[in-house]
Design a protein around this ligand. Structure first.
Ligand SMILES: [Zn+2]
Length: 493
């Protein structure tokens, strides 16, 4: 801009605009394009690949593992050595591989239990499974028997409704869309329930047994039923979908991380069963001090190409990089598995109804008192003894200990009324007849008989026997003393 001019010249404006345009283009070049996040895949190449795969010999189970490595930090997918192909299944197969939540009625094979508005992941699950799991055509239909006043006839669901006779040839053709709901005693259309908002055979089902033959015929020739079947078939075939690549990649990623978790949970289970320590002094893969958990994972990886490749791609990457090998994930998995075991024990305990309890405490290595709670009950397979939990009473009076135990039992819906026995050591706060924990429990349930712990009593007998014998007086034979003195074995005489 020259002196004396108060506005920008035309040449200056054009130059500034040109520079801005170049800058924008440069920025746009640096931004990753959306198509970089997807595999390039065409139907023709699929056909060629499928021919190649048919010609190739069968690969081992490890080679069949999906080897696409997902980098969670940028979301890109690298194809390992450009040789491993993502799974090219023609069918959606997502939720079924990882086990749906069986407690959720949406995954129940009874169509009548599904909600009117079906979530997308549930729809994907049933599209993959198809109607054969939900038909119940061999079910007992006696609940549907209805007597009609007009002609005094009894009608209900019949197995022949699940077949249609072809007019010209007389051949029986299965109606794979028809499903019986044992919970509602109604007939539903699998495709209409899943893909449309249709009322009869869809949302509400049909139980008009008097006109059922005509209603079934009318439904299967209706346009909305045909549309539902077409929509189902199109959705089932991944390659026809607009998000075909996305579904294939999501499936491959899910399978990949599921395979990782499969291995880590097995290692956790192995160590837990044997009561071995998990962690070492560091968490570096390759370090001899990284503990049993990472050590075993490293050992398996020597013989497992999938795990070896996972460790190579994700091991020792530090915080913020998902590898599912860190101690945080490990502890979360241990907690989840522990909750599952605890719930199983509670189920057993409640099914057995009556039980006895045994409580004792001992300080751990950090001098924190660990009050263990053990229950004993009888199952058809025999008597069972299970550790339940570590209790944490504030004080060690009989009342406080008893109150902590009763509160814990109440929190988990275990009735103290069903307790038939209690067993503790001979300490006065536990076994005291008036102020001990025994007395506190008996005030809640008089049927909970107290039995002194046989092992503790035997120990006392041994100690007292030795203390009254002049010859052996001074020789320490007690189990307690032997335990307290590392390396010292009980002396026999
Ligand atoms: Zn239908």
């Amino acid at each position: 801009m020259s002196e004396g001019r108060s506005f920008e010249s035309g040449a200056s404006k054009r130059r500034r605009q040109r520079e801005q345009r170049q800058k924008d283009e440069e920025t746009a070049r640096k931004i990753p394009k959306l198509d970089q996040f997807f595999f390039r895949q065409s139907l023709q190449s699929n056909a060629a690949e499928s021919q190649e795969s048919q010609a190739a010999p069968a690969s081992s189970s490890f080679e069949e593992q999906p080897s696409a490595i997902v980098d969670p930090t940028v979301g890109t997918i690298h194809n390992e050595a450009d040789t491993a192909q993502p799974e090219r299944s023609s069918e959606v197969n997502t939720a079924s591989d990882f086990g749906p939540d069986v407690a959720d009625p949406a995954y129940n094979a009874d169509v009548g239990m599904w909600a009117d508005r079906i979530p997308d992941n549930v729809r994907e699950y049933w599209i993959a499974k198809d109607s054969c799991h939900c038909q119940f055509k061999d079910h007992d239909f006696s609940a549907t028997e209805t007597t009609y006043d007009a002609d005094k006839s009894s009608r209900g669901c019949r197995k022949e409704y699940f077949y249609r006779k072809q007019d010209k040839t007389g051949q029986l053709i299965e109606r794979n869309w028809l499903c019986y709901s044992p919970s509602q005693s109604k007939l539903f259309c699998f495709y209409c329930k899943l893909m449309t908002d249709a009322e009869t055979f869809g949302k509400t089902g049909c139980a008009d047994w008097r006109h059922i033959t005509m209603l079934i015929s009318r439904h299967e020739s209706s346009q909305f039923h045909k549309d539902a079947v077409v929509a189902f078939r199109l959705r089932k075939c991944i390659q026809e979908r607009v998000d075909a690549n996305m579904v294939t990649q999501i499936t491959a990623q899910e399978k990949y991380w599921f395979s990782v978790l499969e291995r880590t949970t097995e290692v956790i289970r192995f160590l837990s069963e044997r009561g071995l320590a998990f962690r070492g002094s560091d968490e570096t893969i390759g370090s001899p001090h990284n503990g049993n958990y990472l050590g075993i994972i490293e050992l398996i990886s020597k013989f497992d190409p999938f795990l070896e490749q996972h460790i190579r791609a994700h091991g020792n990457q530090g915080r913020g990089h998902a590898s599912y090998l860190s101690s945080t994930i490990m502890e979360e998995l241990i907690e989840l598995m522990g909750n599952e075991v605890f719930a199983r024990i509670l189920d057993e305990l409640k099914s057995a109804k009556f039980y006895s309890i045994s409580v004792d405490s001992t300080p751990d290595i950090s001098h924190v008192d660990q009050l263990t709670c053990v229950v004993c009950y009888v199952l058809p397979s025999g008597s069972t003894e299970r550790f339940l939990t570590f209790l944490q009473p504030q004080r060690h009076t009989g009342e406080e200990l008893g109150n902590t135990l009763v509160t814990f039992l109440q929190e988990h819906s275990i009735s103290i009324e069903d307790c038939r026995g209690q067993s503790y050591d001979n300490a006065s706060n536990m076994s005291g007849r008036y102020n001990g924990m025994q007395a506190y429990i008996k005030r809640h349930n008089a049927a909970a008989e107290y039995v002194p712990c046989a092992a503790h009593s035997l120990n006392l007998v041994g100690q007292n026997s030795v203390s009254c014998c002049h010859v052996l007086h001074g020789v320490d034979l007690s189990l307690d003393s032997a335990a307290k003195t590392p390396g010292k074995k009980p002396t026999s005489s």
